[in-house]
Design a protein around this ligand. Structure first.
Ligand SMILES: NC(=O)c1ccc[n+]([C@@H]2O[C@H](COP(=O)([O-])OP(=O)(O)OC[C@H]3O[C@@H](n4cnc5c(N)ncnc54)[C@H](OP(=O)(O)O)[C@@H]3O)[C@@H](O)[C@H]2O)c1
Length: 339
């Protein structure tokens, strides 16, 4: 890969492994210090994902080699490119492809990205809209695509979304509502109910339902479910699906493990699948095209639930997010919140 020439230093949040502990701090770097890539990008927005919070605080082994600039996604403007596919001034998106894991990622004013990892901001989206949607919306879209392949229609019944007030939950509700589905939002915090309804939830369920006596099979109420939480929530969803209902297993905010029995599978033909947002290219392009058109959520309704922070607020924010004290979608915004 060619070396790019911008020489000024810029601010990053960089993670080091020191005596077995991850330590992340603001530093200054130059492009040549970053992992290799043909395209130099001035960062506009980097989404803050649950995984990024685990990563920079060293709460899970996410980064594969240190030191590393974390941040699994970013939207920015090309400054220099030695790839014929990208040109200065274009706005671009990177997510997955081990960005922030094996390649330096989004928590930096400047990124250097392999062209093979990069795409233009999809048609129908401004750079800011693309950043707002980001990995959470893409993940929800992967779930919806698979539900529809499995036969889900708007007439099938409600789609449950757990961890509803988080980033994936918020996007899932807004996308499902745009696509015409009935949405049952499940949250631990009923104070969020008006927000969830404004995004398109037709029903809001208190996650305290888990505290009630549990039955081998619960009332069959959902045609599909997007589970961002795991643990007892996933167990409850498995027991609460209609015949041939499908669950997309996405997240682990409450834990990696869950209890289950065969009953939902052989009594109700439960279908479960995992989602990994690091999708291959044809699927990425197809889903981003849908997110910019038929599945593009009402961005005005999302805007009040988008929080912009600066790089120096990120460590504190990450702690809050892992404690479950945040809601909506958060971006580290480098050039202001409008572009
Ligand atoms: N598979 C993939 O490719 C993929 C992609 C993106 C994200 N994820 C995963 O999906 C999950 C959600 O991500 P996110 O970005 O939406 O995170 P988030 O913004 O932190 O949202 C998580 C939500 O889960 C609920 N929650 C938090 N802590 C909880 C706990 N201890 N017990 C029960 N519920 C809890 C909260 O919603 P309420 O307050 O409404 O209950 C919270 O807002 C994470 O595990 C993340 O790693 C996976």
């Amino acid at each position: 890969m060619n070396t790019l020439t911008l020489s000024a230093s810029f601010e990053v949040l960089r993670s080091h492994l020191i005596d077995g502990q991850v330590q992340s701090a603001l530093e200054r770097m130059r492009p040549d210090d970053l992992s290799p890539g043909e395209v130099l990008v001035r960062n506009l927005h980097a989404g803050v994902n649950y995984k990024d919070c685990l990563s920079i605080l060293g709460k899970a082994k996410i980064i594969s080699d240190f030191p590393r600039v974390a941040g699994i996604e970013a939207v920015g403007t090309v400054i220099e490119s030695s790839s014929p596919s990208f040109h200065p001034g274009e706005t671009v998106l990177v997510h997955g492809h081990e960005t922030g894991i094996r390649f330096d990622g989004g928590f930096a004013e400047i990124l250097r990205v392999p062209a093979a990892h990069l795409q233009q901001v999809p048609p129908g989206l401004t750079p800011l809209e693309c950043a707002v949607l980001g990995v959470p919306a893409f993940t929800a879209a992967m779930a919806l695509e698979r539900f529809e392949e499995l036969g889900l229609t708007r007439e099938s019944g409600p789609v449950a979304v757990s961890g509803a007030s988080g980033a994936v939950g918020t996007m899932a509700i807004a996308i499902l509502a745009k696509a015409g589905y009935e949405v049952a939002a499940i949250t631990r915090n009923l104070a969020h109910a008006p927000v969830l309804q404004s995004l398109g939830a037709t029903e809001v369920i208190d996650a305290a339902v888990l505290d009630q006596p549990q039955r081998a099979l619960e009332k069959a109420r959902f045609a599909a479910a997007i589970d961002n939480v795991g643990g007892p929530m996933l167990s409850w969803l498995m027991r609460s699906m209609q015949d041939s209902g499908a669950i997309a297993v996405i997240g682990n905010a409450a834990g990696n493990t869950f209890e289950g029995s065969g009953l939902p599978f052989f009594m109700r033909r439960l279908q479960m699948f995992g989602v990994n947002a690091n999708a291959p290219w044809p699927q990425r392009q197809c889903l981003w095209e849908r997110l910019g058109s038929t599945w593009k959520p009402d961005m005005e309704k999302l805007t009040p639930h988008v929080h912009h922070i600066s790089l120096n607020q990120l460590m504190d924010y990450a702690g809050q997010q892992l404690r479950g004290n945040t809601s909506g979608r958060t971006l580290v915004s480098f050039q202001g919140r409008r572009s």
